[in-house]
Design a protein around this ligand. Structure first.
Ligand code: 3HC
Length: 327
């Protein structure tokens, strides 16, 4: 029996049912799919979408924290924050490189970000109003990112899985530096504790939204899980994150801005109140509080960096010509 006989990702392979079944058997056997392997067009498209969105999130994610580098309260904090923001830039580059193995160029991905076609994580559309926000971002935003990304180290697509291993190691340092900032503020003056609680109040719900819509409303989860791109559903990861975070917040003496949060003995996890999905979709559609600033900053950085890209290309061309002349 044949499917619609689509031409697959490599532009040659016909997507017969037999081809799709063989591909699925490789996935089920936990074989890694590599760039030169034949793959269904849908698999490639899903990866380009997800890895591209992930790369953009890392790059746009440099902005809210970069905003505090000049205002970090000590040299030690400044050095750690600077290193963290640079790490995020590096993560973006590994991820763009992983996406490029699927035949899409960084220029194309960047263009899609700038014109609003490609998404980036909703969380980076919120402003960083106080130093406590930097602690909360490290603790919770990076904490949520780790919860989501550790399973991606086992993603079926080799280049993405391998990139995620290093990314996750660095993210765990980011999470600890954030929690350490929160600990210092929690042990500080009443004003510092109040600043920390205020930051948690503003960031908690947007952090829960990072995991994406509820499973019932998730467009891609079922297929992505069948292809072992995603290993856990959005709700499963959100629940794991909440369960891991509650004791950490208790240790800091913080209260969640969710009156409905309570331990559920039966499920062995924490229940939470309703998430404001209208807010989520507004932000995802480009109407977040900082959306215009974020895209304007990325466009400016891309335009300002044009001469660097041109110089690097000219240098590479000169080296290539010299090498050819010497051969
Ligand atoms: N922000 C923006 N868009 C989101 C989103 C979010 N938090 N959650 C879901 N969406 C979008 C999806 O992209 C999809 O839109 P599309 O069809 O136009 O692409 C739509 O909402 C429906 O959601 P689905 O659940 O069907 O989408 P996915 O199956 O792709 O799941 C995901 C969403 C869980 C975010 C998944 O894509 C994923 O695991 N991505 C990789 C990790 C990632 O990108 N993380 C971003 C944060 S990185 C970061 O935080 C940097 C760190 O240094 C702090």
């Amino acid at each position: 029996m044949y499917s619609q006989g689509l031409i697959g990702a490599d532009g040659r392979t016909e997507e017969t049912q037999d081809f799709l079944d063989r591909f699925q058997r490789r996935i089920d056997a936990e074989e890694k799919i590599e760039p030169m392997d034949a793959m269904p067009a849908g698999y490639r498209k899903t990866l380009v979408r997800q890895i591209g969105q992930h790369a953009h999130s890392e790059i746009v994610g440099m902005l809210p924290e970069g905003n505090w580098i000049t205002r970090a309260p000590s040299l030690r904090r400044k050095a750690a924050l600077l290193a963290k923001v640079q790490d995020e830039g590096g993560h973006g580059l590994y991820l763009y490189a992983a996406a490029e193995t699927l035949g899409v160029s960084r220029e194309e991905m960047t263009e899609e970000l700038h014109c609003g076609k490609a998404k980036y994580s909703s969380i980076f559309n919120y402003p960083t109003l106080s130093w406590a926000d930097i602690g909360i971002i490290g603790w919770l935003v990076d904490g949520a990112a780790i919860m989501n990304q550790i399973p991606l180290c086992r993603c079926s697509y080799g280049p993405y899985a391998r990139a995620m291993i290093r990314v996750c190691k660095e993210e765990s340092f980011h999470q600890r530096q954030g929690y350490e900032i929160c600990m210092a503020l929690a042990k500080g003056t009443p004003a510092q504790r109040e600043m920390l609680q205020d930051a948690l109040n503003r960031w908690w719900w947007p952090v829960l939204m990072m995991f994406g819509p509820h499973d019932a409303d998730s467009l891609h989860s079922d297929q992505s899980m069948a292809w072992k791109i995603k290993r856990f559903s959005n709700d499963e990861l959100r629940q794991k994150f909440i369960d891991a975070t509650v004791p950490q917040a208790e240790y800091l003496g913080l209260t969640f801005p969710d009156p409905e949060m309570r331990w559920n003995e039966e499920k062995g996890g924490w229940d939470h109140g309703p998430i404001d999905w209208d807010e989520f979709w507004r932000v995802v559609k480009g109407f977040g509080p900082m959306a215009c600033d974020r895209i304007a900053a990325r466009r400016k950085a891309w335009e300002d960096g044009a001469w660097v890209r041109e110089a690097a290309l000219a240098h590479a061309e000169k080296r290539r010509a010299r090498k050819m002349a010497a051969e």
